[in-house]
Each structure stands twice: as structure tokens, then as C-alpha cells.
Ligand binder design. Structure first.
Ligand SMILES: NC(=O)c1ccc[n+]([C@@H]2O[C@H](COP(=O)([O-])OP(=O)(O)OC[C@H]3O[C@@H](n4cnc5c(N)ncnc54)[C@H](O)[C@@H]3O)[C@@H](O)[C@H]2O)c1
Length: 357
């Protein structure tokens, strides 16, 4: 498949979805002829997808830096290690840094690119549902610190975003489902038709990686593109993309055994939906509809091991908390979201309690 769209920022950049990796490298080369590539790749992707580097020259393949994917690489220690590898490889300001992997590799490598030599160009080659549908577009980069998600980071837009659908063939079922949580988020906040499409075909999505995936991912990308174009630095409207993330980040940081990012976002959305409905913003039945869909997509609808008290304390450290006031994105019904709602601690506590069963 070939699906392209443009993110109209200054400068604009393309998002290019292809069926296979060689097609991705061809597209990247066409966009950036003569650039020296510094490719940082998720080791697991290279293991499961030996064809992932087909399309690079022999010398480029030899120079690929392999790192482990996963949340544990999003820290300053791994950033520093990457700086060392870049110096060894003589990466300079004309080089193009490529992040081949999921959202964690993209966030770390993107932040590396934002800070190395005060900023070098970068582009993600996304290999997971979360990265294809969400994290690769929009230029948010960063690492975790002091137990908090994405505490240290920068906005650094990529010069292009690329993805090969074949990557999804080897992605574990839990990661596929987790990624679909971000797709559902896009549907709830801005695309009621996408929500209906997901309701109609939920079960078809989990096993395969065909045209339907391409269609669904591109629609999610377009939601993100439209929002990011309007508000690249998250000074207003872009906050709607954080729907489900205020509670989600607290759950991701505190629930053990650990939740995947998308699973935490799914639960966070349920909490935000309940608050929206209790406030009379969203019509009756909205939460039930979303909860049903999340369940059909293999996502958790409750988390009995959740400790609401600990999670509530963590919410207090969220980036959206100003003057000890928690601001959250709420929905007015499928396909619409509004920002800047001040939420009482009692409402948060109740929402967290409700997520236990
Ligand atoms: N920057 C943003 O705007 C943004 C948006 C949403 C999420 N995020 C971040 O994204 C991260 C989650 O992303 P993710 O779910 O892609 O996580 P991930 O990068 O950890 O990938 C999930 C797992 O799948 C493996 N993997 C990756 N591609 C694979 C493939 N094709 N086949 C087999 N295994 C593969 C990885 O090694 C890892 O173990 C979180 O840290 C979250 O904060 C960032």
C-alpha cells in the first residue's frame, strides 16, 4: 500500500505509510538524497524482521546502532550512551538521524536529535501501532526521570515520518491492542466515523496487518496531523491529544505488574469518560460504548491491583497540573473533546476507585 499525507508545519513534512521496509527506505532516500544516515534501531525489530534494513547500503547497515526497545531506555543514561555512539560515528549537523522502532525508541532518539549539537534532523521509521498511529507524528520527544513519564524533553519536529505495515506482523498481541487504545482516543476526541469503523470491524483488526490497518492508522494520523498543525507547541487545542493520559500516566507509573502505555491510556480514558458523563458533558451511554469497544480490542476495562491513593499522588506531578489544580481533557460525546477543565481531587479519586472493578 502507498498512503501519504503532509503535516503542514514550517517546514512541512510527509508521513509515508508503505507495505514493506524496502519501500520505506526507497521513499526516505527520495525525500533525502545525499544525506548521511545515522540509524538507531530496536534490536527486537532487527531480530524479528531481518528484512528491516534491506534498502540500506552495506556500509549503512554496518553502522546501525542497535538498542533495546522498551520504557527502560527512556532515560538520560541511554541518551548519554547514544551521544557517545554518535561521536564515534562522526555524526554532524548534516547527518539525518533515523529512529527505527516503536514509541520508546522514537522518543529517546528524537530527544537525542533535539539536543545533540543543539539539534540535528531526524525521522522515525515506526514499527509499532502506537508509533504509527500517534507518537511518530508531532515532534514530542523526551525521556522519563524521577519516576515521572516524559519529564525531560523537547518539541523537535521530524523531517519525515515513515512506516512499514509488515512490521506489525511480528508485534505481540498486547502491543497491538495497546496501540489501538491511541487509535480509539483519536476517534473519541475528533473522528466519530473512525469510531464507528472500529466498532464495525474490531475483531478483524487483531489478527492481521492488511489494508484495514492502513486505513485505520492513516485516519488516526490525520486526526493527529490536524491538531498538531493548529497548535504545534501544545498551547491550547493540542492538549486534546492528552485525553486519557492524565490518569493514564499515573497508572503507568504506579500499577504493578506494569501496564503497557496503551493499556494505561485505555483505563485513563474510561476515567475521563466517567467524569465527563458525571458532569453532564457527555451523553448517557458514551462510557459504555467506549468500554465495550476497548474490551473487544483486547484492552483492560478495570485494574484490580490499582492503588488509588498512590495513583492520585502521582497525578499531582502531571505536567498539566498548574497551581495544584488538575486540568483535564473531557469529551462531549464521541468525536469531540474540550480542554482546560479543572477537576476536583474528589472527582479524580472517585474515577480512580471506579477503575478497580
Ligand atoms: N511522543 C509522542 O507523541 C508519544 C505519543 C504516544 C506514546 N508515546 C510513547 O510511546 C511509548 C510506547 O510506544 P510503543 O508501544 O511503540 O512501545 P515500544 O517502543 O516499547 O515497543 C513495544 C515493544 O515492541 C517491540 N517492538 C517494536 N516494534 C516491533 C515489531 N515490529 N515487532 C516486534 N516487536 C517490536 C519493542 O522492542 C518493545 O519491546 C511510550 O513511552 C509512550 O510514552 C509518545
Amino acid at each position: 500500500m502507498t498512503a501519504d499525507t503532509i503535516v503542514h508545519l514550517d517546514p512541512p513534512y510527509p508521513v509515508r505509510l508503505r507495505s514493506t521496509f524496502p519501500e520505506v527506505w526507497d521513499a526516505l532516500r527520495e525525500d533525502h538524497p545525499d544525506r548521511r544516515l545515522f540509524v538507531v534501531a530496536d534490536r527486537k525489530v532487527l531480530h524479528h524482521q531481518p528484512q528491516a534494513l534491506v534498502g540500506l547500503t552495506v556500509a549503512e547497515r554496518k553502522a546501525v546502532v542497535e538498542i533495546d526497545g522498551g520504557e527502560r531506555i527512556k532515560n538520560l543514561r541511554h541518551l548519554d550512551a547514544l551521544v557517545g555512539r554518535a561521536l564515534q560515528a562522526r555524526v554532524d549537523r548534516r547527518s539525518l538521524v533515523v529512529a527505527l522502532g516503536g514509541g520508546t525508541v522514537g522518543d529517546l532518539v528524537g530527544y537525542f536529535a533535539a539536543s545533540y549539537m543543539r539539534g540535528v534532523d531526524w525521522c522515525p521509521v515506526a514499527t509499532t501501532v502506537i508509533s504509527l498511529a500517534d507518537s511518530a507524528v508531532g515532534g514530542k520527544t523526551g525521556v522519563n526521570g524521577h519516576g515521572l513519564k516524559n519529564l525531560i524533553g523537547a518539541f523537535h519536529q521530524p523531517v519525515g515520518v515513515y512506516g512499514a505495515l509488515e512490521a506489525l506482523d511480528t508485534l505481540g498481541r498486547r502491543h497491538r491492542s495497546g496501540g489501538l487504545a491511541e487509535v480509539v482516543k483519536c476517534a473519541v476526541i475528533a473522528d466519530a466515523e473512525l469510531f464507528e469503523m472500529l466498532e464495525e470491524r474490531a475483531e478483524l483488526l487483531l489478527p492481521g496487518a492488511g489494508e484495514l490497518w492502513g486505513e485505520v492508522l492513516m485516519r488516526a494520523v490525520k486526526v493527529k496531523r490536524d491538531v498538531v498543525q493548529e497548535d504545534p507547541l501544545e498551547q491550547g487545542r493540542r492538549e486534546i491529544l492528552n485525553f486519557g493520559h492524565t490518569l493514564g500516566h499515573a497508572l503507568e507509573a504506579t500499577v504493578r505488574p506494569r501496564l503497557h502505555h496503551g493499556e494505561a491510556v485505555a483505563l485513563g480514558m474510561i476515567g475521563a469518560l466517567r467524569i465527563s458523563q458525571q458532569r453532564g458533558l457527555a451523553p448517557a451511554g458514551t462510557t459504555t460504548r467506549v468500554v465495550d469497544l476497548l474490551g473487544r480490542l483486547g484492552l483492560p476495562r478495570a485494574i484490580p491491583s490499582l492503588d488509588p491513593e498512590t495513583a492520585l499522588v502521582t497525578v499531582g506531578y502531571d505536567k498539566k497540573v498548574w497551581d495544584r489544580k488538575v486540568r483535564m481533557v473531557l469529551t462531549e460525546g464521541i468525536g469531540s473533546a474540550t480542554v482546560g477543565h479543572t477537576i476536583e481531587w474528589s472527582e479524580l479519586s472517585q474515577a480512580l476507585q471506579s477503575l478497580r472493578s
